[in-house]
Design a protein around this ligand. Structure first.
Ligand SMILES: CC(=O)N[C@H](C=O)[C@@H](O)[C@H](O)[C@H](O)CO
Ligand SMILES: CC(=O)C(=O)O
Length: 310
C-alpha cells in the first residue's frame, strides 16, 4: 500500500464488502479472525475493498473502544492486501463520531463514512450537513463519504440535497454510499458528482439499475459471499452484455427473496457468511438474535443450487 497514491487521489470503484464483526462465542470482539477474513475476500471473492464497522458490522451495538480496536486491526491486516479500507465512524452523537474520525486518520484508514444520527433525526439536509461537517473537521484530510440508508435511520432527507454544495463545506468530501431505493435521487447524486467522487450503491438486489444510472461501485453485505459473481455482473455490464448482467442480478434476487421470505436480518446474514466461508465469526450481538442453524442451512443450500463454485 505504501507504493500507492494516497487514498484521496484514488477514486473508489468496484466492489466493497461491508464486513461482519467477528465475535467470540462469548460475544467479545475476535481480532484473530480478521486476517483470515481479509484473505478470504481477496482470494475467494476477488473483493479488494472493505467497509468496516457499518450496518453489517453492527457498529451501533459496539462501544467506541471496541470500534477503535476493530478499525485498527482491519487497517493493519489489510495493508498490502486490500486497496482501500473505509471505516464507518458515525454514532448517535457528534463527540463519539469525531473521536472515531480522528482515530481513523491516525491508524491510516483510506476514508471514513458517516451515517445520519437517528435518535434525534435531522429533518432537513441543513442540520445533517452541519453534523457531517463537524465530524469531517476531526479528520480533514481523509476522504469523507456520506452514508445514506433511510430505511434504517428513518432520516428521509434526499441524498442529492445533502450533496448539493457540500464540496464547499467539506473539501475532503469524496462521495456517497447510497443504500436507498429512490433511483431518481441516486441519478441526481451521480449527475451532481464531482470527478473524484464515488457514488457507491448499497442495495445489492438492484445493483444493475444503479450501474445503468452511473454508480461507480457498490458497498454491500452480500459481496462477502457473492463478490465473485457480482464481479462478473459488473464486467458483463462494462462490456455491454446486459443479458448476462441481468442473468446474474436475477440469480441474486432469487436468493435474496428466498432469504427475505424466511426472515433475513444481520443475524441470519452473518450465519450465512459463516456457513459459506467457513470463517469463525461468532454470533451477532443483542438485540440482533442468532440465527437457528436449520434456517441458515436452507439458505446456504439455495445459494449452492443457484450459484456454481467461484
Ligand atoms: C440494510 C442493509 O444492511 N443494507 C446493506 C447495505 O447497505 C445491503 O448490503 C443489504 O444487506 C443487501 O442488499 C441485502 O438485503
Ligand atoms: C451494507 C453496508 O454497507 C453496511 O453494512 O454498512
Amino acid at each position: 500500500m505504501s507504493l500507492m497514491a494516497p487514498a484521496a487521489e484514488r477514486k473508489l470503484t468496484g466492489l466493497v464488502a461491508a464486513t461482519f464483526t467477528p465475535l467470540t462465542t462469548q460475544g467479545e470482539i475476535n481480532l484473530k479472525e480478521i486476517g483470515r477474513y481479509i484473505d478470504y475476500l481477496t482470494e475467494k471473492q476477488g473483493v479488494n475493498n472493505i467497509f468496516v464497522n457499518g450496518t453489517t458490522g453492527e457498529s451501533m451495538s459496539l462501544s467506541v473502544a471496541e470500534r477503535k480496536i476493530l478499525a485498527e486491526e482491519w487497517c493493519q491486516k489489510a495493508k498490502g492486501k486490500m486497496d482501500q479500507v473505509i471505516v464507518h465512524v458515525g454514532c448517535m452523537n457528534l463527540k463519539d463520531s469525531q473521536e472515531l474520525a480522528g482515530h481513523a486518520a491516525q491508524i491510516g484508514a483510506d476514508g471514513i463514512a458517516v451515517i445520519a444520527p437517528s435518535f434525534f433525526k435531522p429533518s432537513t439536509a441543513e442540520p445533517l450537513k452541519m453534523f457531517l461537517h463537524e465530524v469531517a473537521l476531526a479528520a480533514p484530510t481523509l476522504p469523507f463519504y456520506y452514508y445514506h440508508i433511510p430505511a434504517v435511520t428513518g432520516v428521509n432527507v434526499l441524498a442529492s440535497d445533502v450533496l448539493e454544495g457540500i464540496e464547499e463545506l467539506i473539501p475532503s468530501f469524496s462521495g456517497v454510499k447510497f443504500s436507498g431505493v429512490d433511483l431518481m435521487d441516486l441519478g441526481q447524486c451521480v449527475s451532481y458528482s464531482q470527478p473524484r467522487w464515488s457514488v457507491l450503491y448499497g442495495v445489492d438486489e438492484q445493483l444493475l439499475a444503479a450501474l445503468a444510472l452511473g454508480a461507480h461501485g457498490a458497498v454491500g453485505s452480500t459481496y462477502n459471499y457473492m463478490g465473485c459473481h457480482v464481479n462478473e455482473l459488473i464486467s458483463a455490464f462494462d462490456k455491454g452484455d446486459i443479458v448476462q448482467a441481468r442473468r446474474i442480478q436475477f440469480k441474486m434476487q432469487e436468493l435474496l427473496s428466498y432469504a427475505q421470505k424466511r426472515g433475513f436480518d444481520v443475524g441470519v446474514n452473518k450465519q450465512l457468511m459463516i456457513e459459506l466461508s467457513g470463517l469463525n465469526l461468532g454470533p451477532p450481538r443483542l438485540p440482533v438474535m442468532p440465527c437457528p442453524h436449520e434456517q441458515c442451512l436452507c439458505i446456504a443450500q439455495k445459494y449452492h443450487s443457484i450459484f456454481p463454485e467461484c
